[in-house]
Write a protein that binds this ligand. Structure first.
Ligand code: HSE
Length: 434
């Protein structure tokens, strides 16, 4: 059988990796796919020194690839929202299947793109958009198809996890580690996407859709990054038996779906609390299977290429199948998506770590306890760092039981209004993940 012809748009870190893996493993890939997968054209403005493209046709114009009648599958690896959307829609219009690693594109424009793809009977595959080389989309969409998914929680930004790990283990500065992540090709073109949680929110939006069968709703995800975390809180968390990780959490409740990205205290003995460096991990809890954990490299040249190539194999195998009998883009049939609402963060529920800078004199703890108890907030543990009294202020750290966020917001406002409390109260959510 003739090989399937692929056009790669973008020859950066992931594009270069994809080309190299396709070339190196060509024989194994053909044995799996049932026919060869050949790169017929590459669109790039700059050669990639890590990639020997030999005699493969190169163009500087990505639209040459989508308009090339020879090409069956377009691999979109240019990133960003606007041009990538135009490119993907044009490819679909031209009847080509698409493989993309672009989480921003899928999270923000996926509903429109999938509708168009269904109309044209083509596949848009996006395994590489979440957690790099970990086949977590396939696991949720196909492997867990018998389950009602209850919740998922993941470390889904390698750069953020790398920064937190290096800061905690080696005491390196935030800026220093971020620079290294950029040099290693992990960080986004705009690294605020990594440190402010936007990249993780893109990925969480995608995971939540395929887990719960809801449309993509990136604009409703609550997003909080790691830039304001202090070493003091990292250390207090350790003293209480927790690690701070930047988590994406999606949870189904009767009232709606929680979709939130934020720093989180996790018990230090959980496997996921020990996922370090650029590694990613996603826990998925289903009613039949219980909790499962998927772990691996969340970014990087060949790990991400591994997911792109797996999609190419999947698409190749499905080329001759009836479009109605393919795995739906968002795991559930497009006409069966649910309108269960995404909850605002004030209606989400978790436990909380609070750090209060309090005046060191009698009665302060009683006032704090009264404010919390008046709002039905139960205290799980409390720690006062007498040894760290500075300017008459002592850090009081408490961990609460689970409570709706609105009540914690009210309590924090009341605490900050006390004469005996200086500074803003630090609040970090706590998840047991059990
Ligand atoms: N910037 C992303 C990360 C790349 O650090 O995880 C992979 O999506």
């Amino acid at each position: 059988m003739k090989p399937v012809k692929v056009g790669i748009c973008g020859l950066g870190t992931v594009g270069g990796g994809t080309f190299n893996v396709l070339k190196r493993n060509a024989e194994e890939i053909a044995r799996r796919a049932g026919r060869g997968i050949e790169v017929a054209q590459i669109a790039t403005r700059h050669p990639n020194p890590k990639c020997d493209t030999g005699t493969t046709a190169i163009t500087a114009d990505i639209f040459d690839v989508v308009n090339n009648p020879e090409i069956d599958i377009v691999v979109e690896l240019i990133g960003g929202y606007t041009l990538a959307k135009e490119l993907v829609l044009k490819a679909i219009e031209n009847g080509k299947h698409v493989v993309t690693a672009n989480k921003a594109l899928i999270a923000v424009h996926g509903n429109e793109i999938f509708a168009k793809a269904c109309e044209k009977g083509v596949i848009v595959a996006f395994e590489a958009s979440v957690a790099g080389g970990i086949p977590v989309i396939k696991a949720i969409r196909e492997g867990l198809a018998g389950n009602r998914i209850n919740w998922l929680a993941g470390i889904i930004n390698g750069t953020g996890n790398f920064i937190l790990t290096e800061m905690r283990e080696k005491g390196r500065t935030f800026e220093d580690v971020l620079k290294e992540a950029q040099e290693l090709g992990y960080a986004e073109a705009d690294p605020t996407f990594d440190v402010e949680g936007i990249d993780a929110a893109h990925k969480l939006t995608i995971l939540a859709s395929i887990a719960f069968g809801i449309p993509l709703q990136f604009d409703k995800a609550y997003t909080e990054g790691i830039a304001r975390l202090t070493t003091a809180d990292v250390n207090y968390a350790e003293a209480l038996g927790y690690r701070i990780k930047h988590l994406g959490v999606a949870c189904r409740t009767d009232a709606g779906i929680e979709l939130r990205v934020h720093p989180t205290l996790i018990p230090a003995d959980r496997l996921i609390a020990n996922v370090n460096g650029v590694m990613n991990a996603v826990m998925v809890n289903g009613d039949a299977v219980g909790s499962t954990l998927y772990y691996g490299a969340g970014a990087g040249m060949e790990p991400t290429a591994s997911a792109v190539v797996a999609d190419l194999v999947d698409v190749t195998r499905a080329l001759t199948t009836d479009p109605n009998n393919r795995v739906p883009h968002l795991a559930f049939q497009p006409d069966s998506l649910s309108d269960h609402p995404i909850l605002p963060i004030s209606a989400c529920e978790s436990a909380y770590y609070l750090r209060i800078q309090a005046k060191d004199h009698p009665g302060v703890l009683a006032q704090v306890a009264t404010i919390l108890s008046e709002r039905g907030i139960n205290i799980e543990s409390i720690m006062q760092k007498e040894a760290e009294v500075q300017d008459g202020l002592v850090p009081v750290i408490l961990v609460t039981h689970r409570v709706v966020e609105q009540r914690i917001d009210d309590a924090i406002a009341a605490l900050e209004a006390l004469d005996d409390v200086a500074d803003k109260v630090v609040r970090i959510r706590v998840e047991q993940l059990n």
